[in-house]
Design a protein around this ligand. Structure first.
Ligand SMILES: C[S@@+](CC[C@H](N)C(=O)[O-])C[C@H]1O[C@@H](n2cnc3c(N)ncnc32)[C@H](O)[C@@H]1O
Length: 217
């Protein structure tokens, strides 16, 4: 049994503390340019008006980069209010118009619009924190509720060779086949990438990036 299954963790408090006590450039997942994500997104060939949902967005520079590339309908959601505030504070007033900020727990979303439909679900390192079946089921239900038929899903997590903990929390390690199994038959694996991310302290963090397309029927 994982440590996180044994004790009660207030995830919102945990993540707010992480973001309030660290400069984002020192965080163990910081990327100046989130290249693997941007490459996978460009593979989707989305219209600039496509709805892109970044799940567990944190304070990522992905948002700045997507705006720079001309995307106009971005939704950044995270359990941490402080993370989203940090992200938002970097943007000009003009650029903020292209982003909706929604504080929510993706395993049991209360604030995401019930009728929301997205062209792309992007998650870099949320799924691997979900160690309990109930959390994973909630995440999958949210994903299936919001991803359009024919829409895309990008999930990037620690690979089987990757770290077993992140930010003091247990993680579940995956390979592309496990993510494929998790999503089920409606989602076709288009590509995956084993990527060695080097964190700001020089630590090696093997990730797997996956891109899926939802059936269009
Ligand atoms: C390792 S950070 C990655 C942040 C961002 N995706 C990036 O690549 O920089 C994981 C993020 O997931 C968020 N998170 C963790 N559990 C969550 C949940 N149940 N619902 C929504 N966000 C969550 C955390 O607040 C944190 O911002």
């Amino acid at each position: 049994m994982k440590d996180s299954d044994k004790k009660h963790i207030n995830y919102k408090e945990h993540w707010n503390k992480v973001y309030s006590s660290n400069d984002m450039t020192n965080l163990g997942w910081y990327e100046e340019i989130p290249k693997p994500s941007l490459d996978f997104i460009s593979e989707c060939g989305l219209d600039k008006n496509a709805v892109i949902l970044d799940v567990g967005s944190g304070a990522t520079t992905l948002i700045d980069n997507l705006i720079q590339q001309g995307y106009k309908n971005i939704i950044a959601t995270d359990i941490s209010t402080i993370a989203l505030e940090k992200s938002k504070s970097r943007l000009s007033k003009e650029n903020s118009e292209f982003v909706k900020w929604i504080v929510d727990d993706i395993t049991n979303p209360q604030n995401l619009d019930n009728t929301l439909k997205v062209d792309l679900w992007h998650d870099r390192t949320v799924l691997h924190f979900l160690t309990k079946e109930k959390q994973q089921d909630g995440y999958l239900a949210a994903l299936k509720r919001v991803v359009k038929k024919g829409g895309f899903v990008i999930i990037a997590v620690f690979s089987l060779e990757g770290a077993k903990k992140c930010s003091g929390l247990d993680v579940v390690n995956y390979d592309h086949k496990m993510i494929s199994e998790f999503l089920g038959n409606d989602f076709e694996l288009i590509k995956y990438l084993d990527h060695l991310y080097i964190n700001p302290s020089g630590g090696k963090r093997p990730y797997v990036y996956t891109l899926f397309r939802r059936e269009n029927i």
